[in-house]
Design a protein around this ligand. Sequence first.
Ligand SMILES: *Cc1c(COP(=O)(O)O)cnc(C)c1O
Length: 220
Amino acid sequence: MDHIAANLAQVKATIAQAAADVGRDPQGVQLVAVSKTFAADQIRPALRAGHRLFAENRVQEAAGKWPALRQDFADVQLHLIGPLQTNKVRDAVALFDCIQSLDRPKLARALADEFQRVGRSLPVMVQVNIGQEPQKNGIDPEHTDRFVQLVRGEYGLDVVGLMCIPPAQDDPVPHFQALARLAEQSGVVGLSMGMSGDYAQAVAAGAHWVRVGSALFGRR
Ligand SMILES: *Cc1c(COP(=O)(O)O)cnc(C)c1O
């Protein structure tokens, strides 16, 4: 499992280089290790190598592996990057440290209610359907500013970033740049963008979180 530590070092070096190339501080970019579909045994080498920031796309799957991993590595930070049904909000708030996939008012309300109930609130990111794909989750780019103001004002949520998954067939760079402009327009500081195939380009476009799975853990 040494290859996972080697992959981590490689990806971190690529991030640092991509940041340096555009005059950014590499410390301003966080590597989110996407461990979906990988078993706890495959995640442990990354933890042993000192990595602490991970993401999963399903609440159920995360519930099956992370409580045990957290017993050994208490300072883990876990982000949710997949769709969240309102009936799973309670489990999600108990498991995760950040919800990156806030994509509708009903979910904002359910999260706000749950934060109130447990007396603890999590940072959230607004997922933007940057390529306006009919099948994809996320707020329409044109409605992003209004949605951000709604969830901040009406529900008091702490919106720390915008998140996007560009259309698979497109050049991702214009989409990354569009997300950066939307963030600026709506007064959001953080950008979660870039995956295994394009995280260096995302860093060049201003990403603060890159979400990398297969380049670290292998093919799914
Ligand atoms: C799976 C996934 C990733 C990671 O994808 P890779 O191509 O394996 O790096 C990033 N973001 C989201 C939302 C995902 O579901």
